[in-house]
Design a protein around this ligand. Structure first.
Ligand code: 26V
Length: 834
């Protein structure tokens, strides 16, 4: 797969210098200093003495970038030459995190850059802190995309990541009176040194209008006559592999008003209308949608989805393929991976391009399409499965709706052939649903079109086949598969936890960062008291570092000698932050009621990090309650500082990199069957935290690998959940039967955390007691018992450390390099291209 520019040498140049990248990488401290100062002068127009920290950060970024560009250009040339099969990863979200450190690490320049800046009197650490992370994703799904493209580059697999360059990423969260207040994330305001805009390579993307048939030399054909269009401007980002000289591309599209549109309106003399039209067009990539309580009815979101996949497909077909490429060979050249349903409108777009634009006949185009797409499902929650109303689709993308209808028609004919006129089954499998309004089920469309469909952890993939798409599994034997998620060890071990990485390298030597199964060799070290002491010291140092960060950031202090109990993830009822909170309230109530002496309580600091979707009222109320409990517990002298609740606002990738390495206990407590995988769970285990968790998502596989002795399992299994739900879940029975639970709930209901005002948290209490799909109360007593075991285990620090080491040693499986290998072998068939 190739990059953004015209084929090298397309100018017909003959000078040897013109045939290859000419940038000489600064591989010495002096060279780095020179280039850094030059960038300050040439790119910022300042001298070192006149520069401000942002100038210096940008000049540093350019210096690193310049170094990588040479590799990038070379890779693009090589990939164009080999035309090897590559992956087009289509994702509406990429939660990249900060770029500077990752790019320094990938290029092997960290030490040179540090020394070079020191020689200029600059502390590189200070510049690092200036980078605003591009938060172009909501949570796990977006972060997964970022981990995957890192692994593909590291494994030398040709890949372009395609997505949207949102002008505003995930909102910035602040707390006012303990309640979440959202602020726009203006991540571009100080400049974005990592991107390469290419306005000259913009694509025109059309919307609306109508369809018509026409006579094409005796053949009746369909075509789309669109109503309006926007420009999609590509912005390229380098995705460097880890110290392998490879650099892939992330291409994000930004919306711009088309000139023709502007001109038309300007000529009519209507300036205001011209500005309005421009705003309308540019709104398409204005803001990332926060995953909301209801995904339906968001016209702009559908516009975003079509906008980026249409631009990406055209980019691939027009710019990545050699001229005269035989389109029937596409399956040997590319696979489009659909990251959830967000990019699924790519399927009818691809069909439209092949048939209407390239003149291919329908059956041939469909056969190609079915080999060129694969679909990953990331959820089981019915409300998160995307559907688009036929009404909206017909207005915005009329030709695509026709194509979807035809795909469905032919699919249902095949279903009838196979299963007979089983109308119930036909209705259940139809891509078009009739209720509550006629709409397109995007997951079904993706399943019908995809060569493969995968879930993201063993349990999730099993439930996907058995519960969500059983008819499809029967109809398409072999189509469904599992690829368990993974995380990049470069960012989440090496960068986030340099001390642990140093310790591992001391023990194992180099090479483990790209071969994480080698961590198994640490098992033997778990038995070595010196290694355990060193490991414990790393954890302690990471806690001190976190303390510094939280103090500077939020004025929080992490007390010495506390167990660090961390729950960081989006705020969702199914993830059950409320269960964690009930544990805290129970511990607090025990102390204030006198049932437990504070001095007998194992000191713990509970840390939460979570954003709630702005429109998700219950989630926001839970955030309010966590903060309210925190301020009461933290200020109550009877607690003697033994329990502490901290909720740093604006949890993001950068904060995760500080929190996770410091954690002792990882909270993964979703209701079994609801969390597709989780990836935070993997990050914690690989950083030596023990997990308290349900048998859900990838927790199942973590526990199998680390062993029951090194994992605190609790709660109902998925079949037990289903059983209880079928019998009729009556939360009040649990409430009545458990003294501790009753007292905790009553304390919240009494207004103890809301200055006596019982109404503030009443909706939470009544939800838990009467209306909770996620059965918090049913798992409460098992959770409290498991937490008692955690306390007991933590009392033996040496044994705890041994378990923590075994967690690290046995979780190499969760490297995203392994996930990529699984995708490559089972789905993509895209070997590394050397
Ligand atoms: C979206 C919505 C929107 C409607 C309201 C409820 C709801 C709940 C969840 C979602 C997210 C759906 C897609 C998603 O982000 N899935 C996450 O993907 C991760 C990467 O595979 C995985 O680790 C998480 O378990 C999964 O929740």
């Amino acid at each position: 797969m190739t990059g953004p520019t015209a084929p090298s040498n397309s100018t017909g140049a003959t000078h040897p210098l013109a045939l290859a990248p000419v940038i000489a990488p600064p591989s010495t401290v002096d060279g780095f200093v020179r280039e850094f100062l030059q960038n300050l002068n040439l790119e910022r127009g300042v001298t070192l003495s006149a520069s401000n920290p942002n100038d210096r950060y940008i000049a540093l970024a350019y210096t690193v970038r310049d170094y990588l560009v040479a590799r990038w250009l070379e890779d693009q040339r090589r990939q164009r030459e080999t035309q090897a099969k590559g992956v087009c990863y289509l994702s509406a979200e990429y939660l990249l995190g900060r770029q500077l450190d990752n790019n320094l690490l990938a290029s092997g320049l960290t030490d040179i850059a540090t020394d070079a800046l020191a020689a200029c009197g600059i502390d590189i650490g200070e510049l690092r802190e200036l980078e605003v992370e591009p938060g172009l994703g909501n949570g796990g799904l977006g972060r997964l995309a970022a981990c995957f493209i890192d692994s593909l580059a590291t494994m030398s697999v040709p890949n372009v990541g395609y997505g949207i360059r949102y002008e505003y990423g995930i909102f910035r969260q602040t707390f006012v009176g303990g309640q979440q207040v959202e602020q726009p994330d203006a991540w571009l305001s100080l400049g974005s040194p990592w991107e390469f805009p290419h306005p000259e390579a913009a694509q025109t993307i059309s919307f609306g209008g109508h369809t018509e048939t026409y006579d094409d030399g005796g053949v009746t054909r369909n075509r789309w006559v669109p109503g309006w269009d926007v420009e999609a401007v590509p912005y390229n980002y380098m995705v460097p592999g880890y110290q392998n000289g490879r650099v892939n591309t992330l291409r994000l599209w930004s919306a711009k008003a088309t000139n023709s549109f502007d001109l038309r309106v300007f000529n009519s003399g209507d300036y205001e209308e011209a500005v309005r039209a421009q705003t309308f067009a540019e709104n398409i990539s204005k803001v990332l949608y926060p995953e909301d309580s209801t995904p339906q009815g968001k016209e702009l979101r559908l516009q975003q989805q079509y906008f980026f996949v249409a631009a990406s497909i055209r980019d691939f077909l027009d710019h990545q393929l050699l001229p005269d490429f035989d389109l029937t060979k596409l399956p040997e050249r590319v696979i489009f991976q659909l990251n959830d349903t967000h990019p699924v409108i790519a399927v009818p777009e691809f069909m439209r391009v092949l048939t209407d634009e390239k003149g291919m006949d329908w059956d041939a185009a469909w056969a190609i399409t079915q080999q060129c797409f694969a679909y990953t499902c990331h959820t089981l929650l019915p409300e998160a499965l995307e559907v688009w109303s036929v009404d909206l689709l017909g207005r915005l993308l009329p030709r695509h709706l026709e194509i979807i209808y035809r795909i469905n028609e032919e699919f249902l004919v095949a279903v009838r052939e196979r299963f007979g006129d089983d109308e119930m089954r036909i209705r259940n499998m139809s891509i078009i649903s009739e209720f509550p309004e006629r709409s397109v089920r995007m997951a079904y469309l993706a399943t019908v079109a995809g060569a493969k469909v995968n879930g993201v952890a063993e349990l999730h993939s099993q439930l996907l086949r058995d519960k969500v798409l059983p008819d499809f599994d029967e109809f398409y034997p072999g189509k469904f598969t599992n690829v368990t998620n993974g995380i990049t060890p470069r960012r989440f071990v090496r960068l986030a936890n340099p001390q642990l990485s140093g310790l591992i390298t001391e023990a194992l030597g180099g090479g483990w960062l790209t071969d994480m199964e080698r961590l198994r060799e640490l098992e033997a070290y778990a038995e070595d008291p010196d290694f355990r002491a060193a490991f414990a010291e790393v954890k302690a140092a990471n806690k001190r570092r976190l303390n510094d960060v939280l103090l500077a950031r939020d004025g929080f202090e992490v007390s010495d000698g506390h167990m660090l109990d961390v729950m960081v993830k989006r705020l969702h009822e199914y993830k059950r932050q409320m269960l964690k909170l009930l544990h805290i309230v129970t511990a607090y109530e025990g102390i204030v009621s006198g049932a437990v002496a504070a001095s007998d309580v194992q000191p713990r600091t509970f840390i939460f990090g979570a954003k709630a979707a702005p429109g998700y009222a219950m989630a926001k109320r839970i955030i309010h309650l966590i903060n309210a409990v925190g301020s009461v517990v933290n200020d109550d002298p009877r607690v003697e500082g033994r329990l502490k609740v901290l909720f740093p606002p604006n949890y993001n990738v950068t904060l995760a990199e500080r929190l996770i390495p410091a954690a002792d206990l990882s909270e993964q407590i979703s209701l079994a069957g609801k969390e597709a995988s989780g990836t935070g769970n993997m990050k914690f285990a690989l950083n030596g935290a023990l997990t308290i968790g349900t048998d859900d998502g990838a927790n199942v596989e973590i526990r199998q690998l680390v062993g029951d002795d090194n994992f605190f399992l609790f709660g109902m299994s998925e079949p037990e959940v289903e059983g209880l739900w079928a019998r009729g879940y009556k939360p009040s029975e649990f409430y009545q039967a458990d003294d501790h639970l009753r007292r905790a709930i009553d304390l919240i209901a009494s207004g103890a955390f809301s200055d006596g005002d019982k109404s503030v948290f009443e909706p939470i209490v009544s939800n838990l007691l009467y209306d909770d799909r996620f059965m918090v109360l049913a798992d409460y007593s098992a959770y409290i018992d498991a937490q008692a075991k955690v306390d007991a285990a933590y009392a033996d620090q040496d044994a705890w450390t041994r378990s923590a080491i075994l967690n690290v040693a046995r979780c190499g499986f969760f490297s995203s390099d392994r996930s990529m290998r699984d995708y490559i072998e089972r789905i993509w068939h895209t070997p590394p291209s050397l």
